[in-house]
Design a protein around this ligand. Sequence first.
Ligand code: ADP
Ligand code: MG
Length: 700
Amino acid sequence: MSYSQLDRPVQFLKGVGPKRADSFAGLGVTTARDLLYHVPRRYDDASTVEPIGHLEVGMDVSAVGRIRSKGILPTRRGLRIFQAVLEDDSGMITVAWPGQPWLDRKLREGDTLLVSGKVRFFHGRQLQPREYTVLGRSSTGGSESAIGSGAGMIFVSYPATEDIPQWVLRGVFEKNLDEMLTWADDDEYVTQRMKVEHGLPSLRDSLAWLHRPETMYEAERGRRRLAFDELFFLQLVQAQARRKAIEERPGISHRRTNELIRPMHEALPFELTGAQARALREIYADMRSERRMNRMLQGDVGAGKTAVAVFAMLLAVEGGYQACMMAPTEILAEQHARSISSMLEPLGVGVTLLTGSLGAVERRAMLGSIASGTARVIVGTHALIQDAVVFDSLGMVVIDEQHRFGVKQRMALLEREGPTPDVLVMSATPIPRSLAMALYGDLDLSLLDEMPPGRTPVKTALRSPDRRPAVYDFVRSEIAAGRQAYIVYPLVDESEKVNLLSATREYERLSSEVFTEERVGLIHGQLAAGEKERVMREFLSGDLDILVATTVIEVGIDVPNASVMIIEHAERFGLSQLHQLRGRVGRGVAESHCILVAEPGEDALERLTVFRDTTDGFEVARADLRIRGQGDLFGSQQHGRDPALRFADLLADEDLLVEAQQEARAIIASDPDLQREEHVQISNHLHARYQHRLTMYGVG
Ligand code: ADP
Ligand code: MG
């Protein structure tokens, strides 16, 4: 990318210099561009700032004034209060910060402050700030203009540090913003057409509004354009991966004969839900086209993904191809083989289960039937595609629990010889549509957002630790009625640092002191894989009544007879995790219960209450995103190297994400290598800023 003034080290900006440049690094700002993209933390609309003379006891206000005098006031009880008298043209007020005497060193007489908080009565009116910002310091000059200019002013506050306080940042912006904005034109990539179609302002205007808005509306328009940029480039990389997956190699046009699909419909003991029917239409359309399918089927546990996948596999099979389904573990593969087998048996279609535990002879026979094409529907672990399993005519691959498989494995399917099979990845982790689009933009998305009718929702209750005896009594009564229970802990071993119950210790206590008549097993992530499978099988076959566990049981396992899920220290688990755990019960005919044992603080209480009151996985997921924020969104996937989304808000900006995805896909469809004149800037920007993502997806 050609050199831009924005690449200059921040040191060379007016009012910075080498020493401050070091401190700027602490804010993640090393170049002029970094500074220009330093996102304001908040905006305060001056039209809502009250003149100090008008402040009255009981008001909750924002006020701006200059420090006239200040000092530390000791109280009789030893508390030290920092006080400042704030003044504007209309009057004066005392502002008090109890217990923060160090502010005396940070704030100076003559500083201009923006404070917000409640006005109380204490020796006259007194403001006790929740928040304050130093808008200006008289020694820096200039900043004074920020005060008292009346309506139409927005106060901008930035993330600041001890070394680069607010007023320094403001001063540096004041001296350099105009010039930096002219440099910003170098970074503009949005074409005239895009501006018109998406109503996007220029980059220069957007950045100007970000830092110096005259109205809240301008600040929002600026943010929205910058959010579009973030989403657009994420989608652009994924659009390239998608194109590679579906177009670079010939796909298969599956032929629908209805030879199997119709009898399957007739044999099905239920009607497909609207969501299942919609997903199937999308999948059939993909499969019948000559482009390869690369689609994700997302739906909560029990939404009926397996049934959809079976229909999709039948489309491949009735047209003469083989279909396979891969699961993350052997137990899950067996489970799938069993349920698919029972669906396909009446149609005379056999299911071949290929796992690592087969004997050599048996395995050879199965590999033979897969290679000769006698085996039509094959179920196994992901070793199916990694090993040298040779298929006769693989036309369709279903990948279960996609989050256990990375982008790499998905892309690895493309490396196979010959026509590339259609791919359907299934995920039982409900996430909001926008989050799915952001994370899996290279896939097309089908959502099962409707549960089959007639389910009894799991009853969820919140209990404090002192109610444990009653909880144990309840477990006992369920077991007496022939059912089974899980008891989940956040830790395997007792940790010295935190006072938490651990699975291992509690297993000993529960089995020797509490559930002496019942059969109790233990499973956790530190057991060897074979041992885990053995314990799981014992529970599955009913040889254990209670399974003490960590979150290893979170995914996939299906024990219909288990009707109770106890989660200890529930406050330690995220909402999505809780939802996955709850999904382990409620899979049979019996009414099921999820009991959260916790002594939650206020934050956790909000989470646990939301969880108790809804069983809709997508709603839980939205709440999770709202409460936790999107901070480490890409963390696990991209090793923290990506800039997090700083402007875009996945919950609020879903419409923008849809536009960004459509735009990115349209551009890649018409100009796959971004070689057209009007796309040169896009290409430059992509390679300069997103090279590691391109590499991750194997497209650049
Ligand atoms: P998932 O794979 O999404 O967890 P499954 O496909 O295993 O869900 O379906 C869960 C249960 O619901 C199965 O017993 C299945 O037979 C049943 N089921 C699936 N679709 C429907 C439907 N449309 N109506 C009623 N029951 C259904
Ligand atoms: Mg196809």
